[in-house]
Design a binder for this molecule. Sequence first.
Ligand code: PEP
Length: 249
Amino acid sequence: MMQKRKILIANWKTYIQSFSEIDIKIGEIKQNLDFYNIDLVLCPSFIYIQRIISKLESQHIFVGSQNFSSSETNTNTGEILAAMLADLGCKYSILGHSEIRERYAESSDTVAIKSNIALKHNVTPIICVGEALETRTKSDYIKFLIDQTIESLPHFSDIEKNNIIIAYEPIWSIGTGKIPSPNQIEEVLSALKSIPGLKFAKFVYGGSVNEQNISEICEVKSLDGVLVGGASTDITKLNLISKALSNFT
Ligand code: PEP
């Protein structure tokens, strides 16, 4: 089967809090463009999206958002719509991140609505799923993850024809330094790959990925890339992660 191009998604969360810092990061990335023999998706806070798009032109570097509104009407005070992001040139959006699922009690149904809206605007949804530690230790976590993924998918009959990324992000791994073994990641990814409609989707792993554990994570056969939080804000680390991912392509 044809290899899918590897993808490195950088979730900058709210780590970067000023335009001057954003400009420094863009400068550092520009000096190392050769490293990016993969698709790099930078996901900053909303207000920095336009700055990055205007300063960082490259065929394989894209900008994504970390969320958007589940509504498309004109009366969403304080919200940002997918249409606005698409208008800026934003090509991806992280959806259903566990920090948002938890904080706003966001259900998988809402994630599915957002995934629909994303595709309507040609924004690739990066749908995050992941189990809490309690689910992993006390119940059928594979069933939980399959159900959560199916419930979060867009309601399209021809789902296979769309670009979709599934990010497996175990909650117990995010920001903790703990990562599942390559076998444990493979077990989950191959289960999710069997969901109807996801034949052409990309599957990435996220949770405490860094420049030291990336080679081990790259051993996972079903892996199309990684979603990196904390370590991705350090461009030296981002470059090393990118290099490891390219070697494994
Ligand atoms: C994340 O929050 O999506 C994430 C992967 O974070 P970290 O890499 O910091 O664990």
